[in-house]
Design a protein around this ligand. Structure first.
Ligand SMILES: [Zn+2]
Length: 484
């Protein structure tokens, strides 16, 4: 009996060392373009993609840059709402150029990233961020429970091992982890998306995908964990003859500038708004390979206009063209990575309109809450927040996404009592019931035995007062065969 109880306790320990809530890992491979699968260099990713649910691509947000898109994934909001309007922007109140930092991600304190929303529901829900852009900062004054700041030197296997340690923490097991890898983006900027270097990195990303799956399997987490793999944007190749010098169309000292190829955010100093726009417009007509927009004329479907951080003027290069910063950066890349810079050198660029197909990221998911061997129509990056809240069984939050686009991904219709959760509750309930029954049986056995001892002794004493008077030990001995 004691052995059975020990076994049951061990089983319960296994169940309880991971979260009781649905578990989700969101993996982002920066700049992994939707059609990198066509390279046939990612067989593990291909297998997982076919096993679960995938879309041919995601429709991301404008601008197709890293920080705006990662914050849209995390909040379900367009850039004009969450305020991360570029990888940098010019702060017109503080008169400084803002880069990655607390201010960038705190345009509005009411915005709740998914990791904060998960923890806000309490009941032992814990989130972790493995380098997710913007997640290192506190939101509503609270830090995420587990966080690793951006460190490109950190080995990828170690990133996975750390995530597994968060998911299996005996005291605070995470039920949501945001997992970011900065490749192939970092090297693609220097070598272009068609390079041998990128082919190597795609294979390395495929291997880390396999390693994550192996580790989940090894820790008995594979069947309990939902894994969504996606990206923030794609890439196109740009060659030096297509670099455009736009500075020549503006007078030094009359404006501030933020952003990078292919879109510059221009903040004219007071009184120069029209002059700069007119000059850039004339330059755009003359050059023929970039466009210039005033804020009032931003395309509506960019969802980029309604924010004070959005620039009064925006320069956008045509697809396959780059701007002034590449004129400076290309020689730097050549020197840093030791290659010869020629007119045929290719550099990776993203940031164009999200309707450009090469800007599209990929999406795939697998796990207990995800349909198997299923394909869905392309949907929006801003829809992902609703997918996360459904998987995690969290209350919905108003956002720019649609629920309709993600219902088809879920193995159960949206609702709080999926087959998965019912199974977990049932199995957990059965285990607890078995334990209680065992304990109750053991206690009952002891009571019965004691009762029998007393009863038997009393009965025997009554029947044979002379022989068994107060001799309980002897009475027990007489009844032994019936107890066996
Ligand atoms: Zn990116």
């Amino acid at each position: 009996m004691i052995f059975k109880i020990i076994v049951l306790f061990s089983l319960l320990n296994i169940v309880y060392s991971i979260s009781n809530h649905p578990i989700l890992i969101v993996v982002s491979y920066d700049a992994f373009r939707y059609n990198f699968f066509d390279t046939k260099l990612v067989p593990n990713m291909e297998r997982l993609k076919k096993a679960g649910t995938y879309a041919d691509y995601l429709i991301n947000v404008f601008p197709t840059k890293t920080f705006p898109n990662h914050h849209s994934i995390a909040t379900g909001l367009y850039a004009e709402v969450h305020g991360v309007v570029g990888n940098s922007y010019f702060d017109q109140k503080k008169h400084i150029k803002q880069k990655m930092g607390f201010d960038m991600f705190h345009y509005n304190e009411d915005i709740i990233p998914i990791w904060r929303w998960n923890e806000d529901q309490g009941d032992d829900r814990y989130s972790g961020s493995m380098m997710w852009p913007g997640a290192i900062y506190p939101y509503q004054g609270k830090n995420v429970t587990y966080r690793q700041e951006f460190d490109p030197e950190m080995d990828w296997n170690k990133r996975v091992d750390t995530i597994i340690s968060w998911l299996t923490d005996p005291n605070k097991p995470a039920n949501l982890v945001m997992f970011y890898i900065e490749e192939p983006d970092t090297h693609a900027h220097a070598f272009g998306p068609n390079s041998e270097k990128i082919r190597e990195l795609l294979q390395k990303l495929d291997n880390i995908t396999a390693y994550l799956e192996e580790q989940l399997e090894k820790h008995n987490l594979a069947d309990k964990t939902n894994v969504i793999q996606l990206s923030d944007h794609g890439l196109v190749a740009v060659k030096p003859p297509n670099f455009i010098n736009t500075t020549q169309y503006m007078t030094n000292g009359t404006y501030n500038k933020a952003g990078s190829t292919p879109c510059f955010q221009i903040y004219p100093k007071e009184g120069y708004e029209q002059t700069i726009y007119d000059s850039l417009k004339a330059g755009s007509i003359k050059n023929g390979h970039f466009k210039v927009y005033q804020k009032k004329n931003y395309p509506k479907n960019w969802y980029y206009k309604k924010n004070p951080r959005s620039p009064p003027i925006l320069i956008m290069a045509d697809v396959g063209y780059g701007l002034d910063d590449l004129i400076i950066n290309a020689p730097w890349y050549a020197k840093h990575y030791k290659f010869n810079l020629t007119d045929d050198s290719e550099f990776g660029v993203h940031g164009y309109d999200y309707n450009v197909s090469d800007m599209h990221p990929f999406f795939m998911a697998r796990g207990p809450k995800i349909k198997k061997q299923h394909k869905v129509a392309p949907f929006h990056t801003v829809d992902l927040y609703n997918l996360f809240t459904e998987i995690l069984e969290l209350p919905q939050v108003p956002n720019n996404g649609s629920m309709g686009n993600i219902v088809d991904i879920l193995s159960d219709k949206p609702g709080r009592y999926s087959i998965g959760s019912i199974l977990i509750v049932t199995v957990g309930g059965v285990l607890i019931a078995l334990l209680l029954i065992s304990v109750a049986a053991a206690v009952a056995l002891i009571i019965i035995k004691r009762q029998q001892t007393i009863t038997t002794a009393a009965a025997l004493n009554k029947r044979f007062p002379q022989t068994f008077h107060n001799n309980i030990i002897e009475a027990q001995h007489l009844l032994e065969p019936e107890d066996a």
